[in-house]
Design a binder for this molecule. Structure first.
Ligand code: SF4
Length: 370
């Protein structure tokens, strides 16, 4: 298939891997921020392809995984209110909260519906004027503009029974929080492709400058990722950390101004609660006061029991890059995609799900005929 196969070419991948091996003299540690990258790296056996000098860790870029238990509990409490319809993306439904899940709430009679876009949620509100329809907004800068668009659509079309619980988060602040913690030392970051389509390359500049960490934005095909690693290794070897784009077909330095304007119109920056990390100031997107009639957090105050993490689950450590899923005692024995203990096994972008599905990789998996 054109535009895909050319980024999965087996010979080119081998050539790139050899170039990385020739360049790499120092032992370095890289983190792929994005869950999509984690899956691609394991699926295509990229860890086996790069030299042993390049250690790779997964990061906090899975939107479902980083949703704090307390926030999930709030979504479940909203689902249990009378006359409320909860709308959300698929993975969220199965994630265990502290005491229940949206799936369990649904089984007990709550109206929980999976949607494929925020606009679907607005349409459900239009079709159910006697109900309150709450969209659970999770994700990073990639999905935040669509949540903003849904609020503007509801406002323009005078749909007064539509609300958003904004749990949306921002990427660069969590990268800085991880580096500030000093828990995991990094030499380079494989920066997320989809997020960067929106925010561009500029927000990573201070990471390269102030932390001395190389930042390269990558696409999701194996050659994209290998090219990104090649650039990261080159920067570290030269001692010249900077921001580069290894995904020029998707990302422009200035990002997508229109999407950012939409996001900035509806949201303001505030604190966010991250699973495994806690509250990070200036890392979340809160609904601005002028749109507060759409803010589920303000319209439906709920009281919650103290949150708790699933016993034995190391999702927090996995999210921070402090442990791999293989270091969790429950991995594969107790925790599986059919019976997940934590969100990192539920989500299609979770690191535990990726390790379960692909192991640690078997070497480069070329497509048929590739
Ligand atoms: Fe949590 Fe399961 Fe991952 Fe262990 S394997 S960290 S229990 S999601």
């Amino acid at each position: 298939m054109k535009f895909v196969d050319e980024y999965r070419d087996h010979k080119l991948a081998k050539g790139l891997a050899e170039r990385i091996a020739r360049r790499s003299t120092k032992t370095i540690r890289l983190m792929e921020f994005c869950g999509g990258h984690t899956h691609a790296i394991l699926r295509y056996g990229i860890r086996q392809l790069v030299p042993k000098t390049v250690e790779m860790r997964s990061g906090p870029g899975c939107p479902v995984c980083v949703t704090a238990a307390a926030d999930l509990d709030k979504a479940i409490a909203l689902a249990n209110l009378p006359n409320v319809i909860i709308t959300t993306f698929g993975d969220m439904v199965r994630v265990p909260g502290s005491y229940s899940s949206l799936q369990q709430a649904k089984a007990q009679g709550a109206d929980v519906r999976v949607v494929y876009s925020t606009i679907d949620a607005v349409e459900i509100a239009r079709a159910n004027p006697a109900k309150s329809v709450v969209f659970i907004g999770i994700g990073f800068e990639t999905t935040a503009p669509t949540a903003a668009a849904s609020i503007l659509k509801a406002q323009q079309e005078k749909i007064h029974n539509f609300y958003v619980l904004s749990l949306n988060k921002m990427t660069p602040p969590v990268m800085k929080a991880l580096l500030d913690s000093g828990e995991v030392e990094l030499d380079g970051i494989i920066c997320p492709g989809h997020v960067s389509v929106i925010i561009g390359s500029q927000p990573y500049e201070s990471i390269a400058r102030d932390y001395g960490v190389a930042c390269v934005i990558s696409g999701f095909e194996p050659l994209d990722i290998l090219l990104c690693i090649d650039k990261l290794v080159e920067q570290v070897e030269k001692g010249e950390p900077k921001v580069e784009i290894a995904y020029p077909r998707g990302v422009k330095p200035e990002g997508n101004r229109k999407a950012r304007q939409l996001m900035e119109q509806v949201f303001e920056v505030g604190e966010a609660n991250w699973r495994g990390i806690g509250i990070i100031p200036q890392s979340g997107l809160k609904i601005r006061e002028e749109y507060q009639q759409f803010d589920a957090d303000k319209v439906f105050p709920v009281s919650l029991k103290p949150p708790r993490e699933p016993k034995g689950c190391r999702c927090g450590d996995v999210i921070r890059g402090a442990a791999t899923p293989l270091e969790c005692k429950l991995f594969r024995n107790v925790c599986t995609p059919e019976s997940p203990v934590g969100p990192c096994m539920v989500s299609s972008e979770g690191a535990c799900a990726a390790y379960y599905q692909y192991g640690t990789g078997e070497g480069f998996q070329a497509p048929p005929g590739g």
